[in-house]
Ligand binder design. Sequence first.
Ligand code: IPM
Ligand code: MN
Length: 357
Amino acid sequence: PTSLDLAVVGGDGIGPEVVAEGLRVLRTVTQAEGVQVRTTDYALGAQRWHATGETLTDADLEALRGHDAILLGAIGDPSVPSGVLERGVLLPLRFALDHCVNLRPSTLYPGAQSPLDLPRVAPDGFDFVVVREGTEGPYVGNGGALRVGTPHEIATEVSVNTAFGVERVVRDAFARAQARPRRKLTLVHKHNVLVHAGHLWRRTVEAVAPEFPEVTVDYLHVDAATIFLTTDPARFDVIVTDNLFGDILTDLAAAVSGGIGLAASGNIDPSRTNPSMFEPVHGSAPDIAGQGKADPTAAILSVALLLRHVGLVQAAERVEAAVLADLTERGAAARSTPGSTPRSTQQVGEAITARLA
Ligand code: IPM
Ligand code: MN
């Protein structure tokens, strides 16, 4: 492509700060490739809700649909009741735009501050990607509460799993596994207890597998998967799992690979009917908002995922290489001068941008 029409949702808390650095990197790398970038800001999140009572309107959605991709910072603020912005902005975006693939890579970068005893647990590092289903499961809001506030209250959250929804994400995960050197797919679920959804997932994987004969298929219950993520993360290549398990596993994956400040994600519509949306896995971190302390690396790596998705593969690779170099140097610096002042959000963005010039 020679142009890129981007929707930008800075959102809440540190969202706008990290997105600004993501855009700094994006502008530099696309300029070098002669790609025209146009950005349109969308005010979504806490401020908008306080001012107007609106979350995500039909008009917002229609406008967003017109872009090539969406870059999002974070949605969520303690001044808004829990769930209002999550259920009103972030999840409707993922659902309405058919973001069935929530792609969350987990790479151990050199110098990463992992809490694991790496020489023992992962002497050769690790590099896996979680394909988290993004439009179904317990996230759909199917459920209810009876006799609220009484000792006999009953609360249900029904996990919705459709053959269509499971198949499209499983197929995408197989294709990703096929394209990676190790060609291994691990289904994570809990089919010994969640028999209805679990068996749909298991049968779907079995049904799609013959189309990808080179991919080795493996299964883990989600509880066991958490053990392996901390004791043998290198065993994973591509993990496919449902929305809630994927939410939990990817926070764990972020922690073991050096922190939530590095974890990028893409909310992808594999059919390419709707724009895909790229966002750091971390949230709005209101406790450090406005202080220039947030690490923009996750947002910058999300920009790399965005560039690859829109076909600017070389630009994506350049951004990833710049981040890798920055992290390598940062790790070395942290080791040689422990306790030194960390760089500001802008300094990290500028350092990575400088490597692209
Ligand atoms: C994430 C977040 C969201 C999720 C919340 C904010 C709704 O935790 O992107 O992982 O649960 O998907
Ligand atoms: Mn999460």
